[in-house]
Design a binder for this molecule. Structure first.
Ligand code: GLU
Length: 467
């Protein structure tokens, strides 16, 4: 076993919003590094100046932070490393592993057309590959890799197995453009090498790029990283995940109010498995995650399963942490911050709110009796429950509650006694009580609400309703 510490990275291009697939790739890299005492790095691939935007970079950083995928060290900007990329291209030139190519676009086009007419491979073969430097013109040139033309390149992929690509299917790719800027293919390799990346875990849309990138490692005499190309995420219908299926942006899941732990759990299961385990903690995922558990076929995004796991994570969360995340959700979605009283109420009441809430909006709906203040405005169904008979019973109950000791057993007893005296079942009283205490027909149990609200507030709300 090698003792080299594991270094992984996520290297998103900041050209739009943060896709859920990027989040999953980041998560896999994060889990792999964190489970091995390694480092997880973040590099923004902003070399394409026309497509890269600061807003897209911000969206990536925000998404990473929301998901709790902390990275080590500073964020690396690929663009800022352009001089280093050029330096490597020139080193390869000096070592005879690369060459200056003076072919113009028109010449390349003519080559392709001729090749097509003759039914040969249209991969460009530059006449400058073996040209004597003495014959070089004084014009603009690109630096191309002198790629092997015979044999094959094998990618020992941890997910796909050994993937062999014939070298005659790879051209002498451009590494440095005529304006001196690096191509993506060169930048990725130089950056991964310089950052000490040992494991490249990324989408399988990059699999053939790996064959080209390996040529640069070999030419430079650098150690190859371990590759793991993971299948893309598909929608429930087996087609590539798109907006048609539902939200594809990380930010959308944040504003829909899914808890980050639930997202992590779900994304980890999307393409990776550990036996039959579905619901697990970050600690378990970190301990269990390995490349061998990544499947070879595309995973299908299952919104129901996401919700189910999110519900379980909300139920399992510590009250303080949940409250903290709820406050972040309110802030993120532009809702008013909690008042001191609401925060206290939520702290006391969280135990009965967190069961069966899959998202923060659902949790807030259940928490309506805490969030709302007197006098409550009952919704239509709640108002209907407060008919004159019910209001009469409520006003009978109020003085009893004023003197009852405030524990569940006594409260149940007290309500049951009043119900009996009125020839009605306890269950029949629940509706009016809910309406009085929450202003809603759906709420946590009436006894939970009484306990959370406390005597004074409970009595006041019953009086409001009976009036
Ligand atoms: N920037 C590439 C992308 O966003 C990733 C490159 C890589 O992971 O090697 O698809």
């Amino acid at each position: 076993m090698s003792s080299t510490p594991v270094v992984t990275r996520i290297a998103p291009s900041p050209t739009g919003y943060m896709h859920i697939g990027t989040a999953r790739t980041a998560l896999f890299n994060w889990l792999y590094a964190r489970g091995r005492g390694g480092k997880f790095l973040l590099r923004i691939e902003d070399t394409d100046r026309e497509r890269s935007t600061p807003a897209a970079t911000d969206a990536i950083l925000k998404g990473m932070r929301w998901l709790g995928l902390d990275w080590d060290g500073d964020v690396v900007s690929q663009f800022e490393r352009a001089p280093r990329h050029a330096e490597v291209a020139h080193q390869m030139l000096a070592a005879g592993k690369a060459y200056k190519c003076f072919s113009t676009q028109d010449e390349i086009q003519a080559f392709r057309e001729a090749a097509e007419a003759e039914k040969r491979s249209t991969l460009f073969q530059s006449p400058w590959r073996d040209a004597d430097p003495a014959s070089h013109p004084d014009g603009p040139y690109v630096i191309r890799l002198k790629a092997p033309r015979d044999g094959a390149t094998v990618i020992h992929d941890q997910v796909q197995g050994d993937v062999t690509i014939r070298n005659d299917q790879l051209d002498d790719m451009v590494m440095l453009r005529s304006d001196g800027t690096p191509t993506y293919m060169l930048a990725v390799v130089v950056d991964d090498n310089d950052m000490g990346v040992t494991h490249v875990i990324r989408g399988d849309d990059h699999l053939t790029n790996a064959a080209r990138q390996i040529q640069i490692y070999l030419a430079m005499g650098w150690d190859l990283p371990v590759y793991a190309h993971i299948p893309l995420i598909f929608g429930p219908d087996g087609k590539k995940l798109s907006k048609r299926h539902g939200a594809t942006g990380v930010a959308e899941y944040q504003t829909m109010g899914y808890p980050a732990a639930g997202m992590r759990n779900y994304l980890a299961r999307l393409g990776w498995s550990h036996g039959d385990d579905e619901f697990f903690s970050d600690a378990q995922a970190t301990e269990w995650f390995d490349l061998g558990g990544i499947g070879r076929s595309p995973s299908r995004f299952d919104f129901k399963k996401l919700e189910n796991l999110c519900g379980q994570h909300i139920a399992a969360a510590q009250v303080v942490a949940l409250l903290h995340e709820l406050e972040a959700f309110l802030d993120e979605t532009g809702q008013p911050a909690l008042t001191e009283g609401q925060r206290d109420g939520l702290t006391r009441g969280m135990y009965c709110l967190k069961e069966r809430a899959k998202t923060f909006p659902e949790l807030l709906e259940k928490a309506h009796f805490i969030m709302a203040s007197r006098p409550l405005a009952p919704d239509e169904k709640a108002a209907a429950a407060l008919d004159s008979v019910s209001r009469g019973i409520l006003s009978e109950l109020t003085p009893q509650l004023q003197n009852a000791s405030w524990d569940r057993e006594t409260l149940e007893q007290t309500v049951a006694t009043v119900a009996e005296a009125n020839d009605t079942k306890l269950g029949k009283l629940a509706g009016p009580l809910r309406a009085a205490l929450a202003g809603r027909a759906v709420s946590p149990s009436v006894f939970d609400m009484m306990l959370v609200l406390g005597r004074d507030e409970t009595v006041a709300r019953l009086k409001d309703a009976a009036a």
